[in-house]
Write a protein that binds this ligand. Structure first.
Ligand code: SF4
Ligand code: F3S
Length: 104
């Protein structure tokens, strides 16, 4: 399974949703998440994210993001078509502390 991590917050480039063969992305106000029950681990979304926000869940230190993706995939609507990025995407790309700001 792949997971969306912090740098998606307030960037939301949505290039990822265009390539997912099983449409398993879900969208919230500030970021997207992947439904772990639907992701087939194909990996094609990972290099598509301009913000480098998509990671394999086998990478160390992602426990919080694994839980967050699972939690919000059950609550947020599906997204399968690219939308405009967040208007401030460029300013927020790479910024630290976005999780605390968005969900704190
Ligand atoms: Fe979709 Fe494949 Fe990315 Fe999983 S790894 S979210 S199936 S594109
Ligand atoms: Fe987020 Fe990257 Fe997709 S910024 S919306 S995970 S392309």
């Amino acid at each position: 399974t792949y997971v969306v991590t912090e740098n998606c917050i307030r960037c939301k480039y949505t290039d990822c949703v265009e390539v997912c063969p099983v449409d398993c992305f879900y969208v919230g106000e500030t970021m997207l998440v992947i439904n772990p029950a639907e992701c087939i681990d194909c990996g094609v979304c990972e290099p598509e994210c301009p913000a480098d926000a998509i990671k394999a869940d086998t990478e160390p230190g992602l426990e919080g993001w694994i839980a967050l993706n699972a939690k919000y995939a059950a609550l947020w609507p599906n997204i399968s078509e690219k939308t405009e990025p967040d208007p401030e995407a460029a300013a927020f790309d790479g910024r630290l502390g976005k999780l605390a700001e968005a969900f704190g």
